[in-house]
Write a protein that binds this ligand. Structure first.
Ligand SMILES: Nc1ncnc2c1ncn2[C@@H]1O[C@H](COP(=O)(O)OP(=O)(O)OP(=O)(O)O)[C@@H](O)[C@H]1O
Ligand SMILES: [Mg+2]
Length: 625
């Protein structure tokens, strides 16, 4: 495989995809779609997003008022402290006072200044601390809201969005918001207060000099905002490049084995260095405009001070303006441009935080799973009569996957689905527990439409072993107990025995207390399946669905499981999906699915006799008649 070029790589790995719960196209996430960290584009509706973000702070109104008071306090003390220099310097140059008078006045003034500054430090401390508590509490709430939301989203969302895409909302986006709430908001407000306060002091000190300073300021303000714009632009492209590098690493680390199997290491190294080089270039630009040009601009504003000082000096000589006044004025003029610089520097952070917030809010605004209907039925005594009545369904309503499926399964029966890959077997099970809602027809359990049950009750009554096994971080015991949280240890062990998992668990280093990590990487594929079966076995659900549950288990163990499960299934309705047809031989009814339709049904012997599709699948022979 030839290495892809930068454009292709970035398109795939920086995840230009928007997050999408409504997308209903087939296929789900394509390769690399929405992978990894995300580009931080411009916020689309900055004002609205800002408002919504601030609403998270609004619950801390009282604390915010305190923060504001502390801010005003700290600005006021800093201005007052600076102002003290005026009498200090004027006193030093006052020829009417004796030396000792001047010294004692100086000491007194310095003591007062020190006092003022100390109060200022206390204000700053309180302001920062309070703000940190507010902003981090707001972030905590945002994270909780996001997690709650994700738990409530329908399966369609997870089928259509990659893990990396969802993850980056928790990490990158929330981090950016956090950075903004911690620093930028404070800088913005305190900068504005300082600006106003300083302007006031400048006017108070000398109105003419103030006017001169104000004439020069726009030059620096415009320069500052131009630099801000550049740094924003490069910051965005830096984040994009960073997203691509992160996405690439994420994919390559998780797919390392496949990379090795196909000898793609050298191509990967090449592709990675292409992405990495791009990141370097973008970072140089971003840092240059953000970190270098800002300070340079700050230095050029020295020209402004010199001018102010020069004109001020003339005023001293010709108009009797006091030297102390001139000193503090130059000092204020310097402070005056500082908040402007700080604010323009913070703009980049604010914009990327707003873009992040927009992406977080987009998830928060997605529709959750449909709420239970009014008067929803609780499923306390479900026996397990499952009826599919002329069910038609497509993940995308325009593209039908299942067509006119009808069947009736009674408690104690085992219904099998067989058929080629992609025929729609898993899709049928997705409908039973309402991972997806059907478009036409009806599914009832004990005569009640499944949409009329409370969702929790419905799912509690259906134990499933999914085609993709999943184990959580925790002990073997915890993982099995996931099937029913109030199961006792003995019940867990009994379930493990039913699933033929007991003997291998006992051979693990800590038996049932062995920790499982990384989705069970320390177990074999078949062992993982056994634990998933045990998890379903521990549940007391009257309906059991096994989707390729024993596909990786050897046939002898499978036989054992079958016997174990048979006891369990006596009172239950069981749906079994299997490619290995020996697994389903003893089913009460076998449904042969092809292109979303049941083309044959009957028990094993009936179907063999029909010499149709099942016969072909079972014997591997195509009947020529
Ligand atoms: N989440 C989804 N979104 C859109 N289309 C999907 C989704 N899941 C499956 N499909 C499509 O539905 C069809 C049936 O898929 P299904 O998973 O039911 O097949 P299956 O019979 O279980 O196959 P296998 O034996 O490989 O497990 C396939 O064409 C598949 O592309
Ligand atoms: Mg399947």
């Amino acid at each position: 495989m030839a290495a892809r070029n930068l454009e292709e790589l970035k398109k795939q790995y920086s995840g230009a995809s928007g997050l999408d719960s409504a997308k209903q196209g087939p296929g789900g996430p394509g390769p690399g779609r929405g992978r990894g960290m995300h580009a931080h584009g411009k916020p689309k509706n900055a004002k609205h997003t800002m408002k919504r973000l601030l609403s998270y702070l609004a619950i801390y109104k009282i604390k915010l008022i305190f923060v504001l008071v502390f801010m005003i306090g700290s600005t006021a003390t800093s201005l007052a402290g600076s102002y003290m220099l005026r009498p200090v310097i004027n006193n030093l140059t006052d020829a009417d006072k004796t030396v000792s008078e001047r010294v004692s006045y100086l000491i007194m003034m310095i003591a007062i200044m020190l006092g003022i500054y100390l109060v200022g430090v206390a204000f700053t401390y309180m302001q920062q601390r309070t703000m940190l508590v507010i902003s981090q509490s707001a972030i905590e709430k945002i994270r909780n809201d996001l997690f709650d939301k994700i738990q409530s989203l329908p399966v369609r969302f997870f089928d259509n969005n990659s893990t990396g895409d969802v993850m980056s909302r928790f990490t990158n986006d929330v981090d950016n918001i956090s950075m903004m709430l911690d620093n930028s908001v404070v800088s913005l407000i305190s900068g504005t207060i300082t600006l106003i306060g300083t302007l006031f002091m400048m006017i108070y000190t000398n109105i003419w000099l103030t006017m001169i300073t104000l004439v020069f300021s726009p030059i620096f303000i415009l320069g500052g905002s131009a630099i801000g714009k550049m740094s924003r632009k490069y910051y965005t492209s830096q984040q994009e490049a960073l997203g691509a590098v992160n996405g690439y690493i994420e994919e390559l680390v998780s797919g390392q084995k496949v990379v090795k199997v196909f000898n793609h290491e050298h191509v990967c190294v090449e592709e990675f260095s292409t992405l990495n080089e791009d990141l370097r270039n973008k970072q140089i630009h971003a840092q240059f405009w953000g970190g270098v040009m800002g300070p340079i601009m700050g230095n050029t504003s020295q020209i402004s001070y010199s001018l102010t000082a020069g004109i001020g000096g003339i005023l001293c000589v010709l108009r009797g303006f006091d030297v102390g006044g001139l000193t503090i004025f130059v000092n204020f003029a310097r402070h005056f441009s500082m908040p402007i610089n700080t604010i323009s520097q913070q703009m980049a952070t604010i914009f990327s935080a707003l873009a992040g917030a927009e992406r977080v809010f987009k998830v928060l605004d997605l529709d959750p799973e449909p709420a239970d209907r009014e008067n929803a039925v609780s499923g306390d005594n479900i026996k397990g009569h499952v009826i599919l009545d002329d069910v038609t369904f497509g993940y995308d309503p325009d593209k039908t996957i299942l067509k006119n499926i009808s069947l009736y399964a009674k408690p104690g029966q085992k219904i099998a689905f067989v058929g080629s890959t992609g025929a729609g077997k898993t899709t049928v099970t997705n409908l039973l527990n309402r991972f997806y809602d059907i478009q036409e027809g009806r599914i009832t359990i004990d005569g009640v439409d499944i949409r009329d049950y409370k969702m929790d009750d419905l799912r509690r009554n259906i134990a499933m072993v999914l085609q993709d096994t999943h184990l959580f971080t925790g002990t073997v015991m915890d993982n099995i107990r996931y099937g029913r949280l109030d199961a006792t240890d003995d019940e867990v062990i009994a379930a493990a025995k039913t699933a033929s998992a007991h003997s291998f668990i006992m051979r693990l280093s800590d038996g049932y207390n062995t920790m499982i990590e990384g989705d069970g990487a320390n177990l074999s594929q078949g062992q993982r399946q056994l634990l998933n079966i045990a998890r379903a076995a521990v549940s007391k659900a009257p309906i059991l669905v096994l989707d390729e549950a024993t596909s990786s288990v050897d046939t002898r163990t499978e036989r054992h499981i079958e016997h174990g499960m048979d006891r369990l299934m006596k009172e239950r309705t069981t749906f079994v999906i299997a490619h290995r047809l020996s697994t389903v031989r003893n089913a009460n009814a076998i449904m042969v699915l092809e292109h979303g339709q049941i083309i044959e049904r009957g028990d094993h012997d009936d179907l063999l006799e029909q010499k149709g599709r099942y016969y072909e699948l079972y014997t591997g022979k195509k009947e020529l008649d």
